[in-house]
Design a protein around this ligand. Structure first.
Ligand SMILES: Nc1ncnc2c1ncn2[C@@H]1O[C@H](COP(=O)(O)OP(=O)(O)O)[C@@H](O)[C@H]1O
Ligand SMILES: [Mg+2]
Length: 231
């Protein structure tokens, strides 16, 4: 469904991705792991049309390299960036409303669904988003993206800075999305959650994919873990 082939990405003259290839099948959770600076966020930005790139990104058999970010979003790819950019002065409810884009009618998710899945957001629906805790903001960003009715969610380090209990909760929510048929590309540094919920794992190093396999395969591969993951 998402097929990335020989992708190169650039920030000005700086060449950051060097021929990245991988795919995500419908209903799969695929983890993209790697150390800081390995190129994971750049991969997400390239898919979303937010960075200069070359190569091929097929989404539902259609080439999306060269398309604008809003066009890519409308084709059904949801993006939760690493900085959780909520609108701090708007309420929780207003933030969700902004996520609806063109979706609205016939969309898979309603406000009711969001509030049922995240009761904390219902309690705080009239609160300014800026005063929510980190975990609540992460949930709000995820919900806002879901309101756009994506078939694939790219979520960049959702557990960064969250307490272990909340990290577990995020894992459960991602699995709930998968149960609804949504694919997830999960960018992470934390191995535990990624290994627990992913169907496949990719490891990035220096702007290339250095491992593509199953969680069990990565568990068995001490070399890859030592060389590209452990700090
Ligand atoms: N806006 C930018 N301008 C120039 N270089 C960047 C920019 N963002 C990231 N980089 C560089 O690209 C490389 C990959 O970064 P990134 O994709 O953010 O890695 P990761 O998300 O895996 O931590 C790093 O060397 C980083 O310094
Ligand atoms: Mg990053």
């Amino acid at each position: 469904m998402l097929n990335v082939a020989n992708l190169h990405a650039f920030y000005g003259k700086s060449h950051v991705l060097h021929g990245v290839s991988f795919h995500v099948q419908p209903g799969q959770i695929v983890a993209l792991l790697g150390r800081n600076g390995s190129g994971r966020s750049t991969t997400a930005k390239a898919i979303m049309g937010l960075v200069d790139c070359r190569g091929s990104i097929l989404w539902k058999e259609r080439e999306i390299v060269g398309k604008k970010a809003y066009q890519i979003a409308h084709l059904g790819i949801g993006y939760v960036p690493e900085n959780r950019d909520i609108f701090p002065k708007l309420t929780v409810h207003q933030n969700l409303l902004l996520g609806q884009k063109g979706a609205g009618k016939g969309a898979r998710w309603s406000f009711k669904d969001m509030y049922a899945m995240f009761p904390r957001l219902l309690e705080r629906q009239h609160t300014e988003a800026g005063v929510l805790s980190g975990g609540e903001q992460q949930m709000l960003t995820l919900c806002r993206t879901l309101m756009g009715d994506p078939d694939l969610i790219i979520i960049d380090e959702p557990t960064e800075g969250l307490a272990p209990k909340i990290v577990e909760l995020v894992g459960q929510y991602l699995q709930a999305l998968k149960a609804k048929g949504i694919s997830v590309l999960l960018i992470e540094q934390k191995l535990t959650i990624a290994m627990a919920i992913s169907d496949r794992v990719l490891v990035m190093g220096h702007g290339s994919i250095v491992f593509d396999g199953t969680p069990d395969g990565l568990r068995a591969d001490a070399y890859v873990r030592k060389e590209w993951l452990e700090v």
